[in-house]
Ligand binder design. Structure first.
Ligand code: TEU
Ligand code: CA
Length: 549
């Protein structure tokens, strides 16, 4: 039986993790080399973002062959070694299945382009006038979601880049192909799958213009998505492996269905509403300070909603598409260490499965890029154009990118201080963060007060505490905007987590709740919570009933 309630997943972006052959690009051997480090951190699974054959227009989310390794990442033999070594350490690998679309270089799309009817039906082609796309939908990376193919006199749908053509899931042959890919990787010993934008796979019967939005309401959590996931679960044997779906602009109701075990779809889901609390008018490209009131409300709503209905959340602050946690929700300066620990405590002791993104466990910060040449991400490069065309100055656009670009989370992992951060012997494919100073693995490993050591404790706590893995959650002091507190409960066991969300000391009287409890973790050794009713800036503290083992 897979156990995910007490497990922690660690996400690796291979391109930026560890380079072993000095070409400036991380590789599979680099992951193998760092397995002991990951074992030491205590994680149970590694989700590795795509390293399959790909032209890399979207860093591997544009797959041209699902069963081959992109040569710059290594060989199938390297992968076999990685799987075997990970297995011997009790670490399971989760692969990233990008099934909403393929690269336009995929053999299927190439055949479709040659007019092969069978393969044209693998994608979503529509007739149309070369001047007017079939609908006014906008791609997630900017511009129209349709691309015209003159010699076919047809348009094809791409919700992402124009080199990422959406698959036609209505076609049963497509679904069979995808199941075969899952079986192939399961046979290789893969222990889990992360499904990329899986709630976008079911498109509407009729395509129509969206007069109030970008089109997403027509294909998000679409009409057949639950049926398709049940079919995959049944035919590809997903019950034996850990599964998580990435859900774009989803709803709580749908995530309950995706993850209720009785539905036999997925084990858990990523949803992003809590990562939009600093978008002005819901627009990623308009800055606004974090709205902590909204953040609290969203986390509480999702926690309670999933709990009451047998759903299960993936718990996360960031990934390869998001800015760095500490830069965004904490403090990069004075309270860097303390706020990074507080954020870890707040998120990863809730009900769900933690996903820690590479570098988060050492408090890595945003990239600090100041020139457009430093950016690599297709979305950032597109939006720089769009923003400046819409009248922003280059400086203003760069300022927005410095907060919002996906490259903030993609700078190389900082293993050591120094030029290439111990990531590579060579100049890396993307620059080391400008804010790397003082943030590195090797200086944190043997420091009991480091962010790394604190994350080790958090992970170990979930592993050994049944109450954290399986307990109920209820929120305390919901009405307060400056603190985030909750209680976990299982039979006679109780755990209370208290966090100060602000850079100032706050008054907090928890005497009654904490009486008879023992402090088991915290980021302030001089805490005055109990004797003074004050939480220090960004303080986090965890108490448990004395009976808890
Ligand atoms: O991301 C889906 C997704 O919705 C984000 O890319 C989002 O559109 C973006 O952050 C908007 O600001 C997944 C992958 O995680 C991402 O890396 C891929 O680029 C994308 O799918 C396409 O496969
Ligand atoms: Ca390399």
């Amino acid at each position: 039986m897979k156990q995910f309630q007490n497990s922690t997943v660690y996400q690796i972006y291979p391109k930026s993790f560890c380079d072993t052959n000095g070409d400036g690009i991380g590789d599979l051997r680099g992951i193998t080399e760092k397995l002991d480090y990951l074992h030491d951190l205590g994680v149970d699974y590694l989700w590795i973002t795509p390293f399959f054959r790909s032209p890399q227009r979207d860093n591997g989310y544009d797959i041209s062959n699902y069963r081959e390794i992109e040569p710059m990442y290594g060989s199938m033999q390297d992968l076999d070694v990685l799987i075997a070594r990970a297995d011997s350490l009790g670490i399971g690998l989760m692969f990233d299945m990008v099934f909403n679309h393929t690269s336009t270089e995929h053999e299927w799309f190439q055949k479709a382009l040659q007019g092969d009817k069978r393969y044209m039906n693998y994608y979503i082609f529509r007739d149309g006038d070369p001047e007017t796309p079939p609908t006014n939908w906008i791609s997630k990376f900017g511009g129209s979601a349709w691309e015209y193919v003159p010699h076919l006199k047809k348009w094809y749908l791409h919700l992402f880049d124009k080199t990422q053509a959406d698959l036609n899931w209505e076609n049963p042959e497509v679904r069979e192909e995808l199941k075969e890919i899952l079986r192939f990787w399961k046979n290789k010993g893969v222990k889990g799958f992360r499904f990329d934008v899986i709630n976008l796979i079911s498109k509407p019967e009729q395509f129509e213009d969206d007069h109030i939005g970008d089109g997403r309401r027509f294909y998000t959590d679409g009409r057949n998505v639950h049926a398709y996931l049940q079919e995959l679960h049944r035919d590809a044997g997903l019950g034996d492996v850990l599964t998580v779906g990435e859900m774009s602009s989803t709803t709580l109701e749908n995530c309950i269905r995706y993850t209720d075990p009785a539905q036999q779809e997925l084990d858990m889901s990523f949803s992003f509403h809590h990562l939009k609390v600093d978008y002005r008018d819901g627009d990623k490209w308009k800055l606004q300070p974090v709205d902590y009131r909204k953040l609290k409300d969203l986390l509480e709503t999702w926690q309670l909603g999933m709990q009451e209905n047998h759903g299960w959340n993936a718990l996360f602050w960031c990934n390869h598409d998001q800015p760095r946690t500490v830069s965004r929700f904490g403090d990069e300066g004075t309270y860097w260490k303390k706020s990074a620990k507080m954020l870890g405590t707040l998120m990863y002791l809730m009900r769900g499965t933690p996903y820690i993104y590479q570098g988060e466990e050492i408090g890595m910060k945003n990239a600090g890029f100041t020139s457009i040449d430093q950016y690599r991400d297709v979305e950032s490069l597109n939006y720089y154009q769009i923003l400046t065309k819409n009248g922003l100055s280059s400086e203003e656009a760069l300022h927005i990118l410095s907060q919002r670009s996906r490259d903030n989370g993609r700078t190389p992992m900082q293993w050591e201080p120094g030029t290439n951060a111990g990531f590579s012997e060579h100049m890396p494919w993307i620059g080391i963060s400008e804010n790397a100073q003082g943030v590195a693995v090797n200086t944190q490993l043997n420091d009991s007060d480091s962010i790394f050591s604190y994350f080790q404790k958090l992970i170990a706590l979930r592993k050994k505490s049944d109450c954290i893995a399986n307990g109920k959650i209820e929120f305390i002091a919901s009405e307060r905007e400056d603190v985030f507190c909750y209680r976990r409960k299982l039979k006679m066991q109780e755990i209370i987590v208290i966090c100060n969300l602000t850079a100032a000391p706050v008054k907090a009287d928890f005497q009654t709740q904490l009486s008879g409890m023992t402090r088991i973790l915290g980021n302030d050794p001089n805490s005055t919570l109990l004797n003074n009713n004050v939480l220090s800036p960004y303080e986090a503290v965890v108490y448990q009933t004395a009976t808890t083992k």
